[in-house]
Design a protein around this ligand. Structure first.
Ligand SMILES: [Cu+2]
Length: 228
């Protein structure tokens, strides 16, 4: 989760998010290069008298500064498209989780098991303990096995919501009457936090998402305990 003074992206908890962080840094380096060059050019323009009786055109420099930006754009577009298509792919999932957005809570259905569904409400401030995070912890966490491909099905019951986990690189709109699909695999154990990312009404701020990522055997234990 994001903590104080964390100014960049969160550490990736899925392979896709790791790639997204690399891509972000890559684009940032290109931006740094462009800003440096442009500021240098602006400063030299201001500090010099740009008049010459003989220099009327510069074919070479004009060709260069037209083609160079185009090439730089290709270096951004190629990895961007690669990531876009990787994120869209669903790689033979071993588990399906359905999230339904409500005003103002999430409910979850593990469609691979019978009768495994629950609502997930934010823990109100009055019931907080030392260990709970304000506005981020829920009464029922989603438990998911780490290192296994998971299919996420997202929908809503009333208005638009958006199911988001920043450290997984996942953000999917929850639309009434429509199923949206995304997939991820979690690469480490731990608790991952997210919040609804679509202004969905008065208590939009109070529908957080918490995932408990555990090794597969703990997940099986949890499933058998839940479906008793
Ligand atoms: Cu919402």
């Amino acid at each position: 989760m994001t903590t104080w003074l964390n100014m960049s992206l969160q550490d990736g908890a899925s392979p896709i998010m790791e790639q997204l962080v690399f891509f972000h840094d890559h684009v940032l380096m290109i931006m740094l290069m462009i800003t440096t060059t442009v500021s240098y050019m602006m400063i030299t323009l201001i500090r010099n008298k740009q008049t010459s009786r003989f220099m009327l055109e510069g074919q070479m420099i004009e060709t260069t500064w037209t083609i160079a930006p185009a090439i730089i754009l290709v270096f951004i577009a190629m990895p961007s498209l690669r990531l876009l298509y990787l994120m869209d792919e669903v790689h033979n999932p071993s588990l399906t989780l359905k999230a339904v957005g409500h005003q103002w809570y999430w409910s979850y259905e593990y469609s691979d098991f019978t009768k495994l569904e629950f609502d997930s409400y934010m823990i109100p401030q009055e019931e907080q303990q030392e260990s709970t995070f304000r506005l981020l912890d829920t009464d029922n966490r989603i438990v998911l096995p780490m290192n296994s491909p998971i299919r996420m099905i997202v929908t809503a019951a009333d208005v638009l919501h958006s199911w988001t986990i920043p450290s997984l690189g996942v953000k999917t709109d929850a639309t009434p009457g429509r199923l949206n699909q995304t997939s991820f695999s979690i690469s480490r154990p731990g608790i991952l936090y997210g919040q609804c990312s679509e202004i969905c009404g008065a208590n939009h701020w109070f529908m957080p998402i918490t995932i408990e990522s555990v090794p597969a055997k703990y997940f099986i234990n949890w499933v058998s305990k839940m479906s008793e």
